[in-house]
Design a protein around this ligand. Structure first.
Ligand code: ZN
Length: 261
């Protein structure tokens, strides 16, 4: 683990301890994964078993009451890699953990050509249209991850609109139902992009900054916490308990102290 990760984990442990004393209102923590490699099957299975044992598992767009005694967790995957179907789906089915998969519709059945978020994802292949349509509907919900996986904030209004509307239309015809959630590629967004997503008919959009979501939170945008099958049980338990919710505060503080050029 890098020094930076160790520091983050140490802060998370302190935060977790303080939160147990403070007992804040129940919150929802949304986890997001990318790939699950063949050698990570068992580790991922153990994480899903831990969720089933210790958490109340809901959908990421859940707006009803939250459990006060257990962590409330939603599981999501960005990029719709085939490895998720092959190495994560068996564990989701075994433990009956529902999950949402965000699909970049311009890359169906192909190796991703966008700039990778995590270094190990270069050998991945995005699921084909047939593979996505065949996912178990009782367990897997599909959301948009745009068409091309661009940095949305760098696009014109018209191009943003095209990414949001076209991906939604492709997935709706593929799944035969309403698609109204979206995960921003790279978490990249600003107010303009969030507003465009609302106009394009998305009910919820997901970022990559950890956030404690309280029951009935009306905001269209929801934060998520990065999870990885490689997370050891201690780190995964911290993530499950929302112990990384301090991170956005740290980023804001850093931005205030060190203005960007
Ligand atoms: Zn992505």
């Amino acid at each position: 683990m890098s020094l930076k990760s160790q520091l983050k984990t140490a802060i998370a442990m302190g935060w977790d301890r303080a939160e147990r004393v403070r007992r804040p209102p129940p919150k929802l923590t949304i986890l997001y994964y990318h790939a699950v490699r063949p050698d990570q099957r068992d580790a991922f299975n153990a994480q899903m078993a831990a969720l089933k044992r210790e958490a109340n598992i809901v959908a990421p767009d859940h707006s009803g009451p939250l459990d006060a005694d257990r962590p409330n967790i939603a599981v999501t995957f960005d990029d719709a890699f085939r490895s998720v179907r092959e190495h994560a789906l068996p564990a989701l089915e075994q433990h009956r953990v529902p999950a949402t998969i965000f699909v970049p519709t311009g890359w169906l059945g192909r190796s991703p050509g966008w700039r990778m978020e995590t270094s190990g994802d270069h050998e991945e292949i995005v699921m084909s249209a047939e593979e996505i349509a065949a996912l178990p509907r009782d367990l897997i919900t599909i959301g948009s991850h745009t068409v091309d996986h661009p940095f949305l904030t760098k696009l014109s209004d018209a191009a943003v609109q095209a990414q949001l509307v076209q991906s939604r239309a492709t997935l709706e015809s593929l799944m035969g139902g309403v698609i109204d959630t979206l995960a921003f590629p790279y978490g990249n967004h600003d107010d303009r992009v969030v507003e465009a997503a609302g106009k394009a008919g998305y009910r919820h959009v997901y970022t990559v900054a950890p956030q404690a979501i309280v029951a009935g939170d009306p905001a269209i945008s929801r934060g998520r916490t990065s999870a990885d099958p490689a997370d050891n049980p201690t780190l995964f338990a911290l993530k499950m308990r929302g112990a990384f919710d301090w991170m956005p505060y740290a980023s804001k503080l850093k931005a205030a102290i060190i203005p960007r050029s």
